[in-house]
Design a binder for this molecule. Structure first.
Ligand code: 13P
Length: 220
């Protein structure tokens, strides 16, 4: 069971308050060092596929490794939606990070319109087609309509999507989208839900801790 907190472009809590928690933290770049210093398992929120070069505003795997980062988040729907991330760039970032020895959480998931049009399986199939199984690759199913909206996939719907994803690619699958202390137990109890990628609730130490404690009580 893996719980990851994605702080997105928020400053986030004091990393020292999270010390000892069994979780992955994905802070903004400027806080990576503080999180590593506090002994947290720290992932960056993006990585470029080249080890170095003239790519203003990007960061590479070797640069992240140098500050003690151990993994990266790739292909988050906010990057797909607002920053021209494509399945191809997701694949390139994932491959480069894994080759460099970083762990990867790669995100997939359909929009509200795609679900309404009954395209969820097609979208997942397309997003996963560019990825290959790897011991350090974890997937996150984040239905876009459930992110930051307070709308959570029902445990049954999450289970159905996770089982479908695993039929295409053999990897653990985290659920993401409005995970809170009060819905975490039901979601994490599903047989193919292997953890959670938590946004808003990871910014609050008590909420995040409560979700981690819930996860720890679920037999693996
Ligand atoms: P929320 O938990 O705020 O819905 O965000 C989910 C998410 O995007 C995690 O990456």
């Amino acid at each position: 069971m893996l719980i990851a907190g994605n702080w997105k472009m928020f400053r986030g809590p004091d990393p020292a308050a999270l010390a000892g928690l069994d979780a992955v933290i994905c802070p903004p770049f400027t806080r990576l060092h503080d999180c590593v210093d506090a002994g947290l398992t720290t992932f960056a929120q993006n990585v470029h596929w080249e080890p170095e070069g003239a790519y203003t505003g990007e960061v590479s795997a070797p640069l992240l490794l140098e500050v003690g980062v151990v993994g990266v988040l790739v292909g988050h729907s906010e990057r797909r939606q607002y920053f021209c991330e494509t399945d191809e760039t997701v694949a390139r970032r994932t491959r480069a990070a894994l080759d460099a020895g970083l762990r990867v959480i790669a995100c997939v998931g359909e929009t509200h319109e795609q679900r309404e049009r009954d395209e969820t399986e097609d979208v997942l199939r397309r997003q996963l087609a560019v990825l290959e199984p790897h011991p350090d690759l974890v997937l996150a199913y984040e239905p876009v309509w459930a992110i930051g909206t307070g709308l959570t996939a029902t445990p049954e719907l999450a289970q159905e999507a996770h089982a479908f994803i695993k039929s295409l690619l053999d990897a653990p699958v985290l659920y993401g989208g409005s995970v809170k202390p009060d819905n975490a137990a039901a979601l994490l109890a599903q047989p193919d839900v292997d953890g959670a990628l938590v946004g808003g609730a990871s910014l609050d130490v008590d909420s995040f801790q409560a979700i981690c404690e819930t996860a720890a009580r679920i037999p693996s």
